[in-house]
Ligand binder design. Structure first.
Ligand code: AMP
Length: 133
């Protein structure tokens, strides 16, 4: 019984050590599955979350392959890190989020990360309340 429980838990866990080219966001970037584009430049792609948790919920991802925030910060070159960080403000401006917004990045199993391509969630459109409900 314990073994099956552990196995099920194992199967739910994503690998954020080795990049999986078949993850959903890799497919979005390759245009194999559709997405609602909000912003794009040479390094970054931003699109609407399919299951929004706030009136505005956008995912911002680098075009290059990184598994997680941790992977991105340790391996991406400075130009890409800077352009990614700056894209957050650009997206917020496009969406007219003058009253503020929240940025979240889930890392790994305990962080609740489901898609193993680094992304940040940009949430806004209302007062969001406490950080963890
Ligand atoms: P995370 O749990 O941080 O890995 O977040 C993954 C997010 O991706 C979730 O908020 C999902 O709703 C979102 N998502 C999954 N598939 C798609 C898709 N095809 N297009 C847009 N968002 C997606």
């Amino acid at each position: 019984m314990m073994f099956w429980k552990l196995l099920k838990k194992e199967l739910r866990m994503i690998d954020i050590e080795k990049y999986n080219h078949n993850n959903i966001f890799a497919k979005v970037l390759r245009k194999e599955i559709p997405s609602e584009l909000v912003y794009e430049d040479q390094d970054v792609y931003a699109f609407k979350d399919i299951n929004p948790q706030a009136p505005i919920h956008v995912l911002i991802i680098p075009k290059k392959e990184f598994c997680s925030l941790d992977d991105f910060c340790s391996k991406a070159n400075e130009k890409i890190v800077l352009s990614f960080m700056r894209s957050i403000g650009k997206v917020a401006k496009i969406l007219d989020l003058k009253d503020g917004y929240r940025v979240i990045s889930n890392v790994g199993h305990f962080g609740g990360q489901e898609v193993p391509h680094f992304h940040i969630h940009l949430l806004g459109g209302k007062a969001l309340g406490k950080l963890i409900g």
